[in-house]
Design a protein around this ligand. Structure first.
Ligand code: G6P
Length: 436
């Protein structure tokens, strides 16, 4: 008899869940799933019930025999699972909005994952992911953790270095970059191959191939003539022609925060005083989404979900699970332990890179050294990430201060300290590791 899988989704009440369910439905012929446990915390109960009912309708419409379970019990969800998908947000959107606003107060980019906003999110998330991993080790020791929880690279590095859980970190940015290239050349995504190297939300496409032909230059010429590339959550600022020419590779949408910090900051300030920060905008989109989800005649993933930044989330997640489950040994871009893949980074850090995916997880393909033009930024951000993991695990103020101080978007130790103190004050209830 073919094996059927149990999937646990931590943060199951998320508005993204229909995206994930849609992915499992599409993959059903190759990836038979018997049970999906959508788990959330007490505060997320109402959302969980709404989204869970929609998930049930979606599965029914697809004529599939998948049992959807809704639970507030993490142990029940994880116990015996084959895959644990983590997509939770500690403190909800209100915490995200605070993360975006604190840095802005000091003239620093305020973003959910990049810079001090992502740092605050990491500190809140680390104790929670450690607790989830304890349960996985105890109740589902052979399960794979598919981590989508942001900041995905930092959280994955925490799990890889501080737990025994088998984990792969995931992000939808690389697949969106592939999709962009496919759209530019009007071909299917499968014909495009990008040699990725970097960190989560700081990944470069070093070389781009179409049917085996190197089309990097052709693509960059198109990028600078205005066929712009971004994601719904990042302001669509046009890349500078000379920047792209000198870079000679495809930046990811998040690089704008580093390469165009001043313009991005201006944009954020403008947005914060008009429609609100991205978190505030998303809060409204979510309200609308949940109104739609409540409709008992809705039984598909609604197109309105595309207003969120998570495009192709389920494509990435379900392809990864499928390739692990079916030992496909295909190439996907995920977050893994460096292990000498990028020679300019320490071995024990998480990187985002092309890997062969099979039943043993993700084996990275060699990158070697990266050119100096991207090396410095990558190393600086990685050092910040390492210190953030350490600060988040140990609850150490001085490590946290160093992490923020060396972040390329933070101008001085003085500003770092002010931001850190605000973060710690405003997140007290979520930072047990810093108490005492
Ligand atoms: C992109 C990122 C994700 C992030 C999402 C936020 O897809 O890759 O890591 O979670 O955007 O989108 P939102 O709609 O919440 O701003």
């Amino acid at each position: 008899m073919t094996k059927k899988y149990k999937i646990a989704v931590i943060g199951g009440g998320s508005s993204y869940t229909p995206e994930l369910i849609d992915g499992f439905i599409k993959k059903a012929p190759e990836l038979p799933v018997s049970d999906i446990y959508l788990e959330d915390i007490e505060q997320g109960k109402e959302k969980l019930e709404i989204v869970g009912a929609l998930a049930e309708r979606m599965v029914k419409k697809a004529g599939l025999d998948i049992n959807i379970h809704l639970t507030l019990n993490q142990e029940e969800a994880i116990s015996g699972a084959d895959f644990v998908v983590s997509q939770f947000r500690v403190g909800g959107l209100d915490a995200r909005i605070r993360d975006e606003k604190i840095p802005l107060k000091y003239g620093v980019i305020g973003q959910e994952t990049t810079g001090p906003g992502g740092f605050a999110k990491a500190l809140r998330t680390i104790p929670v992911i450690m607790n989830i991993c304890k349960d996985i080790q105890r109740l589902a020791p052979s399960a794979w953790l598919i981590n989508f929880t942001n900041p995905s690279g930092i959280i994955t590095e925490t799990v890889l270095n501080h737990t025994k859980v088998k984990a792969v970190g995931l992000c939808n940015v690389p697949v969106n970059m592939i999709n962009y290239v496919a759209q530019v050349f009007e071909v299917e995504m499968e014909r495009v191959y990008i040699e990725f190297a970097g960190l989560n939300h700081l990944v470069w496409g070093q070389k781009i191939y179409l049917d085996g032909e190197d089309v990097t230059e052709k693509l960059l010429d198109i990028l600078i003539t205005g066929k712009n590339f971004t994601m719904k959550n990042i302001p669509d600022l046009i890349w500078d022609k000379d920047l792209i020419k000198s870079l000679g590779m495809l930046p990811c949408p998040y690089h704008r925060y580093y390469y165009m910090s001043d313009k991005m900051l201006e944009e954020e300030i403008k947005e914060a005083s008009s429609e609100g920060t991205r978190g505030e905008v998303v809060k409204n989109i979510e309200k609308e989404l949940f109104k739609l989800y409540k409709n008992p005649s809705l039984d598909i993933k609604p197109p309105e979900l595309e207003k969120r930044g998570g495009a192709l989330y389920s494509y990435a997640a379900c392809n990864l699970i499928d390739s692990i489950a079916n030992n496909k040994k295909d190439i996907q871009t995920v977050n893994v332990r460096n292990n000498g893949t990028i020679l300019d980074l320490p071995e024990d850090v998480a990187i985002e890179t092309n890997c062969i995916i099979g039943k043993n997880g993700a084996s990275p393909l060699t990158v070697g050294h990266v050119p100096a033009k991207i090396r410095g930024l990558m190393q600086a951000v990685k050092a910040y990430e390492q210190l953030t993991v350490e600060a988040g695990v140990k609850g150490d103020y001085y490590t946290a201060l160093q992490a923020l101080t060396i972040h390329p978007l933070v101008p001085s130790a003085d500003v770092a300290k002010k931001i850190l103190d605000d973060i710690l004050r405003q997140n007290k209830e979520f930072l047990p590791q810093f108490q005492g």
